[in-house]
Write a protein that binds this ligand. Structure first.
Ligand SMILES: *Cc1c(COP(=O)(O)O)cnc(C)c1O
Length: 486
């Protein structure tokens, strides 16, 4: 027995590389990463291919060891040369990604130390760090002391956690679901509908509240709908407002929605996955208000979903749910298994595992803590303000090229289209988008609102500056000239 164990030990020891092996691997990965970052300004934001590359399939998972160089070689050949490059400053489609470098270093530390951030007993410092970050974000939103939430993988899970807490807190038991009512607009992110269904509320009545001309929720219409539903004996319990819709960047009137929720004791959720961190921006609006003013009322909500992997420019993998009534969140998510009896007892911090569906998880806090502490808040604030102003600059300049535009951007998303003298406008703009995507230096995407095809610009990558926006304007200018002639 002992001999066999010792033999196995010898073989399994390879899983702990020697210091020199570690150095070699780390150096190779670092070279790859740094070359990649340095090459970004010369790379396309989008590589359009008819069929995605299949190079990865040529290196099957055959159970055989392979040298690091070969593996990095395969990644180098295949990954960035296909489809959308979320690290590119030219990514101005959908909601752009981030990828600030210290996020990667934080992930590296989390992975190497493998700190456990599920339960305070197991990883008090890892948990404390995550809760500090949550309290910092609660503070940003104007939430009172004692609010918390959870660091999630993204906005989708953040919304799910909030809806489940809302469901339980408002006592929407299974027998009540069919007569319960949720209010949102046609512009909420599709993951909101997904979360409602996954959260067991798929049979609830979901009311589309009408919007004003700027795609913001019409609070008067909401008030009327809730009044009617209450009079009809239904159970209105949840309103989902957006602080920055994905499609058009619209800010719903949070303060007015808060009034209605307060009056009827409804759970007020704000999906600020995209827009939440713009609360940091000191920028005046043309109508005399400020960006901060448009967030007024968010402090009156019950929960906020906010994505640091969007508005704080972190690499993908970090969202957050902020919840004012931590007991409500806990009642929906905690569980005590008998094999966890050692973890009971007084703890200074709430356990992330009691506040979300997850137990064992990546210590995702350090990927946010490290950049925030290294840089301080000033460069983030500057970048957010820059993105708002870049969007406004684009909004002005694209009109000078003869484009029609949608509403003045509330944050950093704008819509626009070119109306040709003849021919189908939707078709023309679809071809114009094709022109931009074929060029590939800059990537933008489109949307259809009430049957009208609009091209969008969404500026949120920290690498997007005037250079990229000017380049896009140039590409549109060429595109229109080319398409009008043909
Ligand atoms: C991106 C986004 C989501 C979804 O978040 P993920 O991080 O992609 O899961 C939800 N709501 C809004 C408004 C978003 O922009």
């Amino acid at each position: 027995m002992r001999n066999r164990i010792l033999k196995l030990e010898k073989a399994s020891e390879q899983l702990e590389p020697s210091p020199s092996q570690r150095n070699d691997w780390a150096a190779a990965v670092q070279d790859y990463a740094h070359d990649y970052v340095d090459s970004l300004p010369n790379r396309k934001a989008y590589v359009k291919r008819d069929t995605p590359s299949t190079g990865l399939l040529e290196l099957p998972l055959d159970g055989q060891p392979k040298p690091m160089e070969q593996l990095l070689g395969v990644l180098k050949e295949n990954l960035p040369n296909d489809g959308l490059n979320p690290a590119s400053g030219g990514h101005l489609g959908y909601i752009p990604g981030g990828g600030i470098y210290p996020t990667a270093l934080g992930d590296y530390l989390a992975a190497v130390t493998n700190e456990y951030a599920g339960i305070f007993f197991g990883g008090p410092n890892a948990v404390r760090m995550e809760n500090m970050l949550l309290r910092w974000m609660c503070d940003l939103m104007g939430y009172p002391k004692g609010s918390l939430g959870n660091l999630t993988s993204g906005g989708s899970i953040a919304n799910l956690i909030a809806f489940v807490a809302a469901r339980d807190s408002k006592k929407i038991t299974t027998d009540k679901v069919k007569n319960s009512v949720i209010y949102l607009t046609g512009q909420v992110h599709h993951c909101v509908h997904k979360a409602i269904r996954i959260g067991g509320m798929g049979e609830a009545m979901v009311r589309n509240v009408p919007m004003d001309g700027q795609f913001r929720m019409d609070a008067n219409a909401l008030a009327e709908m809730v009044d009617k539903d209450v009079a009809d004996g239904l159970y209105p319990f949840l309103v989902v407002a957006s602080a920055g819709t994905t499609d058009t960047g619209a800010m719903d009137p949070l303060n007015a929605v808060a009034d209605i929720c307060e009056k009827h004791n409804l759970w007020f959720h704000v999906d600020a996955a995209y827009g939440g961190f713009f609360i940091l921006a000191d920028v005046d609006n043309p109508d005399g208000t400020t960006i901060k003013d448009t967030f007024k009322g968010i402090e009156r909500s019950d929960s906020v979903a906010i994505d640091p992997h969007k508005g704080l420019f972190l690499s993908y993998g970090l969202g957050a749910i902020l919840i004012k009534d931590i007991k409500a969140q806990m009642e929906s998510h905690y569980y005590r298994a008998s094999y966890m009896q050692d973890t009971l007892g007084a703890t200074e911090e709430y356990n992330p595992a009691d506040l979300s569906p997850e137990l064992t998880k990546h210590w995702r806090g350090v990927r946010m803590w490290l950049p925030l502490q290294l840089y301080g808040i000033a460069p983030f604030k500057a970048a957010l303000e820059e993105k708002i102003l870049l969007t406004r600059y684009f909004y002005d300049e694209i009109q000078k090229l003869g484009f029609e535009v949608g509403p003045f951007p509330d944050l950093s998303v704008a819509t626009y289209r070119f109306v040709p003298k003849q021919g189908d406008t939707n078709d023309f703009n679809a071809r114009l988008l094709e022109h931009v995507q074929t060029d590939g230096r800059i990537f933008v995407s489109s949307t259809t609102i009430d049957g009208v095809y609009w091209i969008r610009i969404a500026i949120l990558c920290f690498r997007t500056h005037l250079r990229e926006v000017d380049m896009l304007l140039e590409i549109f200018k060429e595109g229109v000239e080319k398409l009008v002639q043909s």
